[in-house]
Design a protein around this ligand. Structure first.
Ligand code: IDC
Length: 672
């Protein structure tokens, strides 16, 4: 409690000393002269030449804001005035933003959504919503960045703790983060200028807690850049040291008014910024003026220039207060200027002239940057080239000819998964064909091959073009090596259906072989024929009978090593005569049986177990002849003594067969 009271006193003290007491350091500088000729006209820029078209989605890396080429990037921002007032919304138009972009060197616009002062929580929400959405539309069309600013601000010196409006802020950011989740050019400022207790006090009413909770809301939808206000009218980014939010892409504000906060070492705010930067806190200037902190009064251009050189040194983005013709020093336009766009030199105030000079000077120094290759922090240039992509695919040219950010987004979100080629030196099909290790790991997930090449393959010097057939097709599945019975090329060339489905998919082909092909008796390699292997090996037939798969597995594990033959045997060797432990060889042999009866040949030509089973279970009853040595009719006709006991019904046939096997043969009875 004591601490809070103290903080409030401190805040009031700082307010009084920085805002209301004129400092002796203040220098009334001569008005800035505009160094450039504003013609009031606009340029017809291709989207790829706009700020967002060139720089794409931004991210934070250490203390730096970076563009999608992973280069440090300084936004040159124009702040509008409060959107609830006509001095603010009068300038929301495409023409106005385009003048800023084309002639003022501006790359970003800030939308101050005043929370109080007749603003968002005081009746103007719906009007302000319309204005925000129009502004975002214009900025997006023009390829400009746009900062949506929840403008917590108390002009009258009362502590402005953003937690006071936390529930309104929560709904506000829920709405806009969701609405603009796919807009890479939208940034969010969650609290303009808190005046409360220090950034971090470890309780739910501090700034850290507010920021953590609002960024959490935004992060449900987007990882867009978020700007967090710092204590005492955003003058204390150093308080964030040791207490940065754990979310990425968050920056912390400094605001200065050059005639109040004199740029240079020894100035409290200036030193705070340096301290913050030296301790890893990324700083962003979402508002400053070259006049005094009231937004009016005298200018200090010298001080402003010192601030700018600090900002240049650390590539800190800056947003100058403000675009309007309101008769105050911070307005860019003279009060006599009623134009809403197409301004020329005479229309500009000192702030306006200084601001254009500063922007244009920096714009002229910008390195030309090619089309975007970095998306969400990943550089795709090893597998992607904008011009290649749009010239290879007519649909891409149609939609993205003027939008290199859009083309890259398509490539990342769809093109890779679809297997599209993004660069002449990387063809995902070739890459897949070439490397069995990758196929084993990635299967059909094409995107993973691109990412592998970016992160490893390119550096390892892997081949990524020109390989049209699968190399070193796999023979192992789930740790089992099928190479003794299976070869990818043999398999797909032997079976048209396999070629159709698996010509470029060695894993799919082997899976098919293992899960279906063996059971179906398909041949997987020249040196192993199921039918021959079965025909040749009676011991295996006995053990496996018609369970095809078991023959392949036997050959892999034993047969191959034992040197068992597995090809070229059209006929069964050693067909069995035994069924259920009984040897029927006196009345049955396989070849006789299948050659005598076409139906038997049809079903059992390669299945001696099936044949004898049929003979015993049906053939005998049907009176079929199983051997040249035994004919039922002949046997029965000559065995009058048996007829009397066994009779003539088919059900009793077996008695004659059995009799011959156990007695008649030995007795030399006639049976043929
Ligand atoms: C000022 C405007 C002024 C308006 C006032 C309302 O310049 O026209 O009447 O707000 O409160 C800030 C604030 C910003 C102030 C600006 C100048 O973020 O809203 O704008 N300022 O006082 N912080 C420091 C200075």
């Amino acid at each position: 409690m004591r601490r809070k009271v103290f903080s409030i006193f401190l805040a009031i003290f700082i307010l009084l000393t920085t805002v209301f007491i004129p400092s002796n350091e203040k220098v009334e500088a001569a008005s800035a002269t505009l160094q450039y000729n504003l013609t009031g006209s606009t340029k017809n820029l291709a989207y790829s030449e706009t700020p967002y078209g060139k720089h794409g989605k931004l991210h934070v890396d250490g203390i730096y804001l970076k563009d999608s080429h992973n280069e440090k990037y300084q936004l040159r921002g124009a702040s509008l005035h409060g959107l609830q007032w006509d001095v603010g919304y009068n300038y929301i138009s495409k023409a106005s933003f385009q003048s800023l972009r084309d002639e003022w060197g501006v790359t970003a616009v800030r939308l101050p959504v005043y929370v109080t002062q007749g603003g968002y929580t005081e009746g103007a929400a719906s009007a302000m919503d319309t204005r925000i959405q129009n502004a975002v539309k214009y900025a997006t069309d023009l390829g400009m960045y746009i900062l949506i600013d929840w403008h917590v601000h108390d002009a009258y010196g009362n502590p402005a703790n953003p937690n006071t409006w936390k529930s309104q802020a929560t709904s506000f950011f829920e709405k806009y983060a969701k609405m603009y989740k796919d807009y890479g050019n939208v940034l969010f400022e969650i609290c303009n200028e808190p005046v409360s207790s220090p950034w971090y006090e470890g309780h739910s009413n501090d700034l850290y807690s507010y920021a953590n909770s609002i960024v959490g809301v935004i992060r449900k939808y987007t990882d867009a850049i978020v700007i967090a206000g710092t204590n005492t009218w955003s003058q204390q980014p150093d308080q964030v040291i040791g207490h940065k939010l754990s979310y990425k892409n968050v920056m912390y504000t400094v605001h200065f008014y050059a005639a109040t906060h004199i740029g240079g070492d020894g100035n409290w705010v200036y030193d705070n910024v340096k301290k913050a930067l030296n301790n890893g806190v990324p700083v962003f200037c979402s508002e400053f003026g070259i006049c005094d902190a009231s937004g009016n009064g005298s200018y200090n251009i010298d001080s402003a220039n010192k601030w700018m050189s600090l900002f240049d040194q650390y590539s800190i983005s800056y947003f100058c207060w403000h675009l309007s013709n309101k008769g105050e020093s911070s307005a860019y336009l003279k009060s006599s200027c009623s134009k809403k766009s197409g301004w020329t030199n005479n229309d500009l105030s000192t702030t306006g002239a200084w601001f254009v000079n500063v922007n244009r000077e920096r714009e002229a120094k910008e390195k030309p940057s090619g089309p975007v290759t970095v998306y969400n922090g990943t550089d795709y240039s090893k597998v992607y080239d904008f011009n290649y992509y749009i010239s290879k695919y007519s649909d891409m040219a149609k939609y993205y000819k003027n939008d290199s950010s859009g083309a890259l987004k398509h490539f990342v979100e769809h093109g890779m998964a679809e297997g599209r080629q993004g660069k002449s030196t990387f063809d995902v099909k070739s890459y897949m064909n070439m490397y069995p290790d990758l196929r084993m790991n990635f299967g059909k997930d094409l995107k993973k091959y691109y990412i592998h090449y970016i992160n490893h393959g390119a550096r390892e010097g892997r081949v990524a073009t020109g390989v049209t057939t699968i190399q070193k097709p796999i023979t192992k599945l789930n740790g089992v090596d099928y190479s003794k019975v299976y070869d990818f090329n043999y398999y797909i060339n032997k079976y048209a259906d396999m070629k159709k489905y698996f010509a470029n998919d060695d894993i799919g082909a082997l899976k098919h072989f293992v899960e279906h092909g063996m059971a179906e008796g398909r041949q997987g390699i020249g040196s192993f024929e199921l039918s021959s292997y079965k025909n040749l090996w009676a011991d295996l037939r006995k053990a496996f009978q018609n369970d095809n798969k078991k023959y392949y597995i036997h050959y892999m594990n034993h047969g191959y090593k034992e040197g068992r033959r597995a090809t070229g045997a059209a006929k069964l060797v050693n067909p069995t005569t035994v069924y259920n432990g009984v040897d029927y060889s006196k009345v049955y042999n396989f070849n006789y049986y299948i050659n005598k009866y076409p139906d038997m040949k049809k079903y059992y030509a390669n299945d001696d177990y099936g044949a004898i089973k049929h003979f015993v279970e049906h053939g005998i009853r049907e009176g079929r002849q199983g051997s040249e040595n035994f004919n039922l009719q002949v046997y029965r006709a000559n065995a009058k003594d048996l007829q009397k006991y066994y009779g003539f019904s088919n059900d009793k046939n077996y008695l004659y067969y059995n009799h011959y096997m156990y007695h008649g043969y030995k007795e030399g009875r006639r049976a043929k």
